[in-house]
Ligand binder design. Structure first.
Ligand code: ADE
Ligand code: ZN
Length: 345
């Protein structure tokens, strides 16, 4: 693709308008404080916060765990299938407005089944929103079931069993929650079983944890993508491998800023990852908690790092390459991306 020069002041508009895929979004992290309060009232759930403003004030995080404690508390208002639908539908409308044309959405069933919510309730509500996004918004969306890594291997196996009756409603499995102290190898046997079952495999690694966790996610879990992966910069051999094997990283700049992985957005390493030839992508992670959806991530990160149109094109193209759609669909999306750049006046 031959890129014409884009004046820097027009870059935000291009970033907003270009078609893109989102590959790292925890649907429970899209639950806005207003919806948390509305669902709490609808379901008669008591919250330890007096108001939306009071809850928002608690969103001052120092690391991943300080966020997860509040994130799991927020999810406690989700009880009925309609709640899961409403949450996912709100996200998908927001994503469509940001020109997200394809989304692969994480969900954390153990956060809900531990409170007595049936697996069927969770998956049916989320899946119905994905189907409606396709027909009403023209957005393709699929689900990835994440195992909580602070829980046991046995609990992950039980979760997989509970989800298998709905196996046609999610495309893959992932691994999230508290990273440090819960290395990928803890889940090697569950991931091996998921691989036999034909699921796509991803895992959070190298968000706060060391490059060693990225190596073991690749070698022992056999994942196809690494979620975050920003700590790979500390290991030259790992960087070479990620580039050579074209293993995508689903990077989340505003998340990394809010969880103090980088001191400033200007210090974020996404430009270096691209320069090293890695298939890096931009994603929102938990947009309701980290101050931004996809376009906020793109616009703020580009403003802070000085990246330009060439990187915008590469990141959007990478998002389609890294997705789990078939080759023909990838080509169609990249054609749309090329048209958006060509038509940009
Ligand atoms: N669950 C939701 N967001 C997460 C993140 N950034 N890292 C690990 N687990 C998560
Ligand atoms: Zn995440």
């Amino acid at each position: 693709m031959n890129l014409k020069p884009i004046p820097p002041e027009r870059l935000p508009e291009l970033l907003r308008r270009m078609p893109k895929a989102e590959l790292h979004i925890h649907i429970e992290g899209s639950l806005e404080p207003e919806l948390i309060f509305a669902l709490a009232q609808r379901n008669g759930v008591a919250l330890p916060y007096a108001s939306v403003q009071d809850l928002r004030r608690a969103y001052a995080f120092t690391n991943l765990q300080s966020f997860l404690d509040i994130y799991y508390a927020g999810a406690s208002v989700l009880l009925k299938e309609q709640d899961f639908f409403d949450m996912a539908w709100a996200y998908l409308q927001r994503a469509a407005a940001d020109h997200v044309v394809h989304a692969e959405i994480f969900f954390d069933p153990q956060t809900h089944t531990a409170r007595g919510v049936a697996m069927e309730t969770v998956i049916k509500g989320l899946h119905r929103a994905c189907a409606q996004a396709h027909t009403e918004l023209g957005v393709s969306a699929s689900l990835i079931l994440c195992f909580l890594r602070h829980l046991s291997e046995q609990e992950a196996f039980e979760t997989l069993e509970q989800a298998l009756p709905y196996r046609d409603q999610f495309i893959g499995v992932g691994l999230d929650s508290s990273e440090v102290g819960h290395p990928p190898e803890k889940f090697a046997r569950v991931f091996a079983r998921c691989r036999e079952l034909g699921f796509h495999l991803v895992a959070h690694a190298g968000e706060e944890g060391p490059p060693a966790y990225i190596w073991t996610a690749l070698d022992l879990l056999k994942v196809e993508r690494i979620d975050h992966g920003v700590q790979s910069i500390k290991d030259a051999a790992l960087m070479q491998r990620l580039a050579r094997e074209r293993i995508p990283l689903t990077v989340c700049p505003l998340s990394n800023l809010k969880l103090c992985v980088f001191p400033t957005l200007a210090a974020h390493n996404i430009g270096q990852l691209l320069d090293a030839g890695l298939v890096a992508t931009v994603n929102s992670d938990d947009p309701a908690y980290f101050g931004g959806y996809m376009n906020d991530n793109f616009v703020q990160t580009f403003a802070a790092t000085g990246m330009a149109a060439a990187q915008a094109y590469q990141l959007a193209k990478n998002s389609f390459e890294a997705s789990f759609i078939d080759a023909a669909a990838k080509r169609r999306y990249v054609d749309r991306l090329d048209a958006a750049f060509a038509e940009f006046e």
